[in-house]
Design a protein around this ligand. Structure first.
Ligand SMILES: *[C@@H]1O[C@H](CO)[C@@H](O)[C@H](O)[C@H]1NC(C)=O
Ligand SMILES: *[C@@H]1O[C@H](CO)[C@@H](O)[C@H](O)[C@H]1NC(C)=O
Ligand SMILES: *[C@@H]1O[C@H](CO)[C@@H](O)[C@H](O)[C@H]1NC(C)=O
Ligand SMILES: *[C@@H]1O[C@H](CO)[C@@H](O)[C@H](O)[C@H]1NC(C)=O
Length: 497
């Protein structure tokens, strides 16, 4: 019922539907009549005498509220997708874009792993930016309804970025409350009257943000370019508008009827001062995913530039964004109080997508490392294991061998219902990261009664792995592995607290 996709079926129960529908039909006719009448008299009559008209025009046209336009601030949002560590990569890119364009970054929630997907850039088969934005909005409403909304800034510590004024941020819920005048927390109020009026304004706001009807003058500028057509650069020293080195080959062009050409464009020149986008209150990207590919980048190819000091510090800061201290401490606590000895961390992604086909190779790398360690280290070797393979299937794999070989190996792992995980979850909720760096303190926020404790297992596991003194074995191609490598490189475990 909160979907803004026009084609989506409503989710209201049939019982509720019948309550709504009957009064709606005469109402609709009445509104239609009224609007004809008003249209007729409009030129003669001051608008303010007819509050209904403003309601109707609000419903039918997609415009920024005057209060949104009155804000001096300019905003930027984007549509994250896939798993947490992918979302973290996009978050970094978003901070970068917001810094370059001097816009306040709208901080999104952490989305469920399979809530949104992008597709494949190298295959030129990706979901349109608009469609991703729509699914992010819909999913966000679901998260609030389910009491599962947690901002990525509650898990990732961006306080030093914010305090050094390298970037300004606002929580998505707060943004919506200021910009659309809609309190998203109403979504969880269990009252049909509140719900139906809320539902309309919520959808209007979502339509604007997602760019359902494209860009709206001074209000929203939607970016519809994606990795099929565009590689964003900044101060690259090259002419703007050059062809990128990676293009669809003739075979692909023929097979997929592709007419795309990938062009390198300077993000500041295209969307910054003097551009059409600049005047818009909100700039909406689609996915901000990028990765190196065939000597180029899939979507964002921005590197340090000698010219801009502020930008240099920003680049340096976003190389590594740490987890909040509650998560780091939990990782340290597990290493120190439970394992209590040098250990190896093995991060094995075995199930999802491409990883399923590489199980053998993934196990093989671990096996080699363990055989090497067995020659050199006192036995048993302590192993901390994080994997997406459900525990009841371990017995049939190499993991089963490890666990049964207790002379040589001692295997540790964490589960969602472990005390440490629950405790950390509670600590996070209490820590007040949900102050969310609000620049406007006058927001009337009603907390949902059904807020649940956040799921923090994956983050704690990464923190434990950052403390593994015997080394780390990660799954090739996994963004989780990449993040753990970064944490280890930046000494995340040896830091304070
Ligand atoms: C960036 O934006 C802020 C707030 O809108 C403004 O005060 C500041 O002057 C801008 N900085 C630059 C370099 O344009
Ligand atoms: C909403 O209220 C109905 C009845 O008043 C109840 O059955 C339902 O569980 C409530 N839903 C939530 C999410 O609390
Ligand atoms: C290929 O795409 C163009 C427009 O992009 C379209 O006009 C044409 O009909 C398409 N051809 C095929 C074979 O699908
Ligand atoms: C590890 O745990 C011991 C007690 O179990 C404690 O004294 C020590 O301070 C802890 N070290 C760290 C680095 O947390």
């Amino acid at each position: 019922m909160n979907n803004i996709k026009p084609s989506s079926p409503t989710r209201t129960s049939t019982k509720k539907k019948s309550q709504y529908r009957w009064p709606l039909i005469p109402l609709f006719v009445l509104i239609l009549l009224l609007s004809f009448l008003l249209f007729y008299y409009y030129s003669l009559t001051p608008k303010s005498f007819f509050p209904v008209l403003s309601k109707i025009s609000k419903l039918n046209s997609y415009k920024c509220s005057s209060q949104a336009l009155a804000l001096g601030e300019k905003f930027l949002w984007y549509a994250p997708h896939s798993g947490f560590n992918n979302q973290l990569l996009e978050f970094k890119n978003a901070i970068l874009m917001a810094g370059i364009l001097n816009r306040t970054l709208i901080v999104p929630p952490i989305l469920d792993h399979h809530a949104t997907a992008l597709g494949s850039c190298p295959k030129f088969r990706v979901v349109d930016p608009k469609e991703i934005r729509i699914s992010v909005w819909d999913h966000m409403i679901e998260l609030i309804q389910g009491g599962r909304y947690i901002s990525i800034a509650e898990i990732i510590d961006i306080s030093s970025l914010v305090s050094s004024s390298l970037v300004r941020v606002i929580d998505l819920r707060d943004f919506v409350s200021i910009w659309c005048d809609v309190s998203l927390d109403l979504v969880c109020f269990n009252d049909s009257k509140v719900q139906s009026s809320f539902s309309i304004s919520q959808k209007q706001c979502g339509s604007l943000l997602a760019g359902l009807h494209g860009s709206v003058d001074k209000c929203v500028h939607t970016i519809n370019e994606d990795c099929r057509t565009t590689v964003w650069t900044y101060q690259s020293g090259h002419k703007d508008g050059l062809l990128d080195s990676f293009q669809p080959d003739e075979q692909l062009k023929k097979k997929k009827n592709i007419t795309y050409v990938r062009i390198r464009r300077d993000v500041f020149k295209t969307l910054g001062p003097g551009s059409e986008a600049e005047s818009a209150s909100l700039l909406a990207f689609g996915s901000l995913f990028t990765a190196p590919y065939k000597g180029s980048e899939l979507y964002i190819d921005i590197h340090e530039s000698p010219r801009d000091k502020r930008f240099q510090s920003l680049m340096k800061k976003i190389k590594f964004l740490p987890f909040v201290s509650e998560i780091i401490s939990a990782g340290k606590e597990f290493a120190n109080a439970t394992i209590k000895a040098p250990f190896l961390c093995a991060q094995l992604r075995l199930l999802d997508g491409q990883f399923k086909n590489h199980q053998k190779a993934t196990f093989h790398v671990l096996k080699q490392k363990l055989e090497y360690l067995r020659q050199k280290s006192p036995l048993p070797i302590n192993i901390f294991l994080m994997t997406d393979l459900p525990g009841d299937t371990w017995a049939d794999t190499y993991l089963g061998d490890l666990i049964s070989d207790s002379l040589n190996y001692k295997v540790y792992f964490l589960r969602e219902d472990d005390q440490l995980v629950k405790k950390t979850s509670g600590r996070l909720m209490a820590a007040g990261h949900d102050q969310r760096f609000i620049p406007h303190s006058d927001i009337d926020r009603k907390h949902c009664f059904n807020q649940r404790l956040p799921d923090v297992l994956l983050y704690i596991e990464q923190a434990v792995c950052s403390c593994a003194t015997l080394g780390f074995i990660g799954t090739t191609g996994s963004t989780i592995a990449e993040n753990i490598e970064l944490m280890r490189k930046f000494g995340s475990c040896s830091g304070q607290s």
